[in-house]
Ligand binder design. Sequence first.
Ligand code: IPM
Ligand code: MN
Length: 372
Amino acid sequence: MQLKIALLGGDGIGPEVLAESVKCLQAVAETFNHQFTYTKALIGAVAIEKHHTPLPDQALEICANADATLFGTIGTPEYDNDPSAKVRPEQGLLLLRKELGLYANIRPVKMFPEIIDNSPLSKKLVSGTDFEIYRELTGGIYYGEKSISEDETVATDLCTYSEIEISRIAHKAFKAAKKRRKKLTLVDKANVLETSRLWRRTVSTIAKSYPEVTLECLYIDNAAVQLLLNPSAFDIILTDNMFGDMLSDQGSVIIGSQGLLPSASIGEYHCMFEPVHGSFPQAKGMNKANPVAAIFSAALLLGHFGLKEESKAVIASVRKSFKKKIVTPDILGSSKYGTDYVGDFIADHITDIDDDMNMNDENIGLGKSTII
Ligand code: IPM
Ligand code: MN
């Protein structure tokens, strides 16, 4: 298969982790005989510095013309600590999502037995965790009208949702539930918010077309509790932009590190793949950020284009790295392996399943792994 992939490293650790996921895509291309071509573009604080805008037209064009976009991370402490900044890095990402129409953000949260000890929660509790958050990505409070009073003492963020915005992602979520454990949990705040009541009404109506799927509705506050008390009870979680942002970071705590969760942002015409985590500015350039969320995002990209074996091969290789403890310090405090070493290991061990048995285990720990 030929794929044109746009690469948007962004700020902080974004470019570093993205480089590792590109290594893995290249390993897939070589192993499975595909042709992937890449075009880089600037977004976020780096784009503001160079072009005075967080999303230059050229970057948007590159993404719009690509088959898929692979995204790093966005945001820097300078802007975080300056709430009055008129232009912010994050606006670039929000505009890009909107312009590409990426309304469905899918965030899989899966516990792998190899790293279960890394979770701050008990093994018994987190074992079997395997859910997907369907986060609405181009509406709600993120995109509503914003205002601040002249004396800057009163501010407003409007939250608006339409039935169409809710139903298009709801259908995607129900279809996913149908193929999985057939349970869909709608998370909202319908006891307080009008938008949430619209979500409940719309989703309950759509549920009738999916009789094999059980619909459960939870308020966000209760969902936050249940997710920690019994994560394995969740299958598909459907929720709005803001609640989905929060719940997905909570999901990363269950799994044990923010460096592990990927996401797929899907629209009618475009798709983008992005780690759930932030730009981790403290680690920028230090070669210690976990590249796995970015690498798993590449696996989601492959799966999106029907390259199922390829996607599985990437995941299998990451699991080998877990098993051999070739991981960054967020997974194992004493680990001396850096971002690039972990990325190299994972890229080196992407094989098609038939080849897998021939892996020369002996050399792995030395970083000289060879496929014989
Ligand atoms: C995410 C991020 C973004 C979001 C930020 C960087 C705007 O936190 O993808 O979860 O809030 O959507
Ligand atoms: Mn977030």
